[in-house]
Write a protein of this length. Structure first.
Length: 211
C-alpha cells in the first residue's frame, strides 16, 4: 500500500487476489492471538483504525463484532467492496493511508497487519510515526510484518509479482520505539498460507502502547 505507481501496483495485486487472500491466511493462530490481546485492552465502543483492512476478516469483523467503532482503509477497491459486504458493522474507505488525514489522539487503537511490505523503509517508518501520533496516550498499536532484511526485492506472492521491502525483527522493533511506542509483547512465528504457490514465511507481531 504505497503512493503513485506503487499504490496502483499494490491495488492491482490485491484486486486480483480478492477473497483468495482471506482463505490463504484464515488459519493464522498468531493473528487471532494478536486480536485477543488487543480486545483485552479496549474499552467498550473504542475507535479502531485497521490499516490495510483487506476483506475485513478477521480483524475488522472481530473488532466490530465486539462492538467497537472500526474504520478500515485499503488501497484495493476490490478488497474494500468485499469488506463492506462481509462486515457491514464497520466502515471502509478505499485510500492510501499515507494520504489520509489523521488527527492526533483520535483513535484508541490502530492495527497494521502485513500492510507495509510494499512501502520503502523510510515510508514505513514515517507512517508508523503518524499512526502512533493518531493514538490517544496509552492507546494500542499492533504491527505485523514479514521480518526480512530486504529492500526493493522482486518476489512472487500467491502467484503475483510484487516488490517487497521489510526490516529484520530487531530493526522493526527499533522503528516502533523511535516512533514513540513502548513494546509490550512480541510474537515470532512461521506461517504457511493455504495456497499452492506459497511456502513457509516468518511473521512477527508487535503489541505496542503509545507513550
Amino acid at each position: 500500500m504505497t503512493g503513485g505507481n506503487d499504490a496502483r501496483g499494490a491495488a492491482a495485486v490485491f484486486d486480483a487476489l480478492g477473497s483468495a487472500y482471506e482463505k490463504a491466511f484464515a488459519h493464522s493462530e498468531a493473528h487471532r492471538r494478536s486480536l485477543e490481546w488487543l480486545m483485552g485492552r479496549l474499552a467498550p465502543g473504542s475507535r479502531v483504525l485497521d490499516v490495510g483492512s483487506g476483506t475485513g476478516r478477521p480483524t475488522a469483523e472481530t473488532l466490530a463484532g465486539a462492538g467497537h467503532d472500526v474504520l478500515g482503509v485499503d488501497v484495493s477497491p476490490v478488497m474494500v467492496d468485499l469488506a463492506a459486504r462481509q462486515v457491514p458493522a464497520a466502515t471502509f474507505r478505499c485510500a492510501d493511508v499515507r494520504e489520509l488525514p489523521l488527527e492526533d489522539g483520535s483513535f484508541d487503537a490502530v492495527c497494521v497487519y502485513f500492510s507495509l511490505l510494499q512501502m520503502t523503509r523510510a515510508e514505513q517508518a514515517a507512517l508508523i510515526g503518524r499512526l502512533a501520533r493518531a493514538l490517544r496516550p496509552g492507546g494500542s498499536l499492533v504491527l505485523a510484518t514479514v521480518p526480512l532484511d530486504v529492500e526493493g526485492v522482486d518476489a512472487v506472492f500467491m502467484g503475483r509479482p510484487v516488490r517487497v521491502t521489510s526490516f529484520p525483527a530487531p530493526a522493526f522493533v527499533e522503528t516502533a520505539t523511535q516512533a514513540g511506542l513502548t513494546l509490550l509483547s512480541e510474537e515470532n512465528t512461521l506461517f504457511t498460507p493455504t495456497h499452492p504457490e506459497s511456502s513457509p514465511e516468518p511473521h512477527v507481531f508487535l503489541h505496542c502502547e503509545r507513550r
